[in-house]
Ligand binder design. Sequence first.
Ligand code: GUN
Length: 280
Amino acid sequence: MAVRLDGAALAARIKAHIRKEAAALPCPPMLAVVLAGEDPASLVYVRGKERDCAECGIRTQTHRLTAEVSQEELLALVDALNRDEDVDGILVQLPLPEGLNSWPILHALSPEKDVDCFHPLNAGLLALGEPRFLPCTPAGVLELLDAYAIPIRGRHCLILGRSLLVGRPLAQLLTSRDGTVTLCHSQSQNLPALTRQADILISAAGRPGLVTADMVKPGAAVIDVAINHGADGKLTGDVDFPAVEPVAGFLTPVPGGVGPMTRACLLQNVLRAARSRRLP
Ligand code: GUN
């Protein structure tokens, strides 16, 4: 039976540490959140981030805009937040409402305040192995593996999903940690034959039921990054949890696995940004 990787408990320990570190700064850190429109999942995520920050002594300011906001108005807000000395980190909640182009907006963020690690400069630093910020979900996955002493060096790490926000940066981080990395996607052929070779199997595809027991090497660590919203309102990952649990060595639940770790890693980035801005 797989050991459950308890992301909620680990995130709570990380948050307690961040709270202490934030209190030691000359002024509490400030995260600015930009929320355009009323995407229900985004509303839940933003409320969660506000709550996390409050628990850790991090101030927040949430800029709520209607779905009709123009590209120019959003760019003007980002520009004002970039110049605001009291703001340490800026998070533009995605997805933006239809009709808005998110890339120019993310590119307009000050790289020093880009706590999501979405700006091309920060993505480039990560690719060069010299990261300023770590992207939150990939960093959360690594923290979880480390906390349970799951080795990466020399192990076959297979990622399902090549997204710019998760799959690709995760491949870079695991490569930097000497993992042997395979990055699979919707066009990959013979998936089960590939996944059965993985010592660490990470699914970030957003397809419920994608990872079945026959795709898992006995004893492997299986990390489920996906958060799929079922028609019944329930959250599920990509992994068929009951079927995979007896085969895997380690397994993350959804919810309570990677999700809380992503949130904790965002707080770490806000703390990092505040430190580099507020300490001599
Ligand atoms: N929407 C869903 N996940 C994220 C995230 O990690 N950052 C931002 N900015 N938006 C998101």
